[in-house]
Design a protein around this ligand. Structure first.
Ligand SMILES: C[S@@+](CC[C@H](N)C(=O)[O-])C[C@H]1O[C@@H](n2cnc3c(N)ncnc32)[C@H](O)[C@@H]1O
Length: 370
């Protein structure tokens, strides 16, 4: 078994595959899913769409003139549009292949039916294809929560949590979810959003004591196009990004959306660089500011990334203030190394490699090898 199959699924590596023909990007993604035994339905649809692109069929016509820069994962945009049609009840024949809609047919025959749906809903699907992938995966909270526990051990301060590229902000609620760790529930033990043994192993600290002490005293996020868990059309869009045959994720998303709808986390409609510069202008002396991002880097251009790095690097802290910690959960530079969690602690700009994890969070393997 190669290293890439031992590690959790680390995404499609689309940022590096972006120079390839679109059909090849679809195929590489499907290959990664098969290698990691993830979503057979998505793999089947991606292979089918790739063959259709090669043949100049409906998928080629759908993507004609649609910008698909490296990292934009066009295959997920198409699959989300199809899933959206199914969840909205607009593609009943296709829904028979979608477990998220109660479908029970094996994925083998799904592509010809999906191709018909592409023809039938051509205009609507084409209108969705330019939209950025907005998967808001609450499973990534397992990674954030581990880091917050570790930071509580290190600094013992209340946390101000700021998320860039937050989508609907579901990961801003990391402390409102329950994590069963070593057989014991931590976090919000009454939460409907639950994770069973997501850390293998977790941070080398007294996690139970730190989880009890952990306080998020303020939380906020930004996104170019925030989604609101209270709005039915936004909930539908958020569901459409979850792979239809991964029912555990589907159920978790439903629970997280219900929880978030009670008191939606504040997510401003703003570019990350400008928002962060303003937010970081005011920090408390007795507060640890934590900037969080997950599966975000590949969606921003070089100028925006520079603006974000400058906002963190140039943030003026009062002399006595606690540092700013920038947590990045992103695909590693080495695609065989999967997704990693890195913490940069300002002002000394030191990077700590804290963990490797799956693209959607669990399993989190804490390494802390700085
Ligand atoms: C793949 S989603 C990830 C959402 C969330 N971080 C998660 O892990 O669940 C990427 C998000 O980044 C947002 N985004 C892309 N460029 C952005 C920018 N320059 N400023 C703020 N948000 C941005 C997109 O709108 C999208 O919601």
């Amino acid at each position: 078994m190669s290293d890439s199959t031992r590690l959790p699924y680390g995404g499609a590596d689309d940022a590096r595959a972006g120079g390839l023909p679109v059909a090849e990007r679809f195929r590489r993604h499907a290959d990664a899913l098969v290698r990691h035994r993830r979503s057979p339905l998505c793999a089947e649809l991606m292979y089918g769409a790739a063959a259709d692109l090669d043949a100049g069929g409906v998928v080629a016509r759908l993507f004609a003139g649609v910008p698909v820069p490296p990292g934009s994962v066009p295959q997920l945009r198409l699959l989300a549009a199809l899933h959206h049609l199914v969840l909205a009840g607009r593609a009943p024949a296709l829904s028979r292949f979608y477990p998220s809609a109660g479908g029970r047919l094996a994925p083998g025959g799904a592509w010809p039916v999906a191709r018909q749906a592409c023809e039938q809903h051509f205009g609507w699907i084409r209108s969705r294809l330019p939209l950025t992938v907005q998967t808001n995966e609450p499973g990534r909270a397992c990674v954030l929560f581990a880091a917050l526990v570790w930071l509580t051990d290190r600094y013992g301060l209340p946390i101000r949590l700021l998320e860039i590229g937050a989508s609907a902000g579901l990961n801003l609620l990391a402390d409102r979810y329950c994590y069963v760790v070593g057989g014991e529930a931590i976090g919000d033990t009454d939460s409907p959003v639950r994770f069973a043994e997501p850390w293998r192993p977790g941070p080398r600290v007294d996690v139970r004591a730190c989880a009890r002490r952990l306080t998020i005293h303020a939380r906020a996020g930004c996104d170019l196009r925030p989604l609101n868990p209270r709005r039915p059309e936004h909930r539908l869009a958020l569901m459409s990004y979850i792979w239809p045959d991964e029912l555990e994720r589907i159920e978790r998303m439903r629970s997280a959306l219900k929880l978030a709808a009670i008191a939606p986390p504040p997510v401003a409609a703003e570019r990350a660089g400008a928002w962060l510069r303003r937010e970081l202008a005011g920090g408390g002396e007795r507060t640890l500011t934590v900037v969080w991002q997950s599966l975000f880097r590949q969606y921003v251009g070089a100028d925006e990334w520079q603006a974000i790095s400058d906002a963190v690097g140039h943030a003026r802290q009062p002399a006595a203030a606690a540092p700013i910690v920038w947590l990045r959960m992103e695909p590693s530079d080495d695609h065989l190394a999967g997704v990693g969690l890195v913490a940069r602690v300002s002002p000394d700009e030191r990077d700590f490699r804290l963990a490797v994890c799956g693209d959607h969070g669990p399993p989190v393997i804490w390494r802390e090898d700085s």
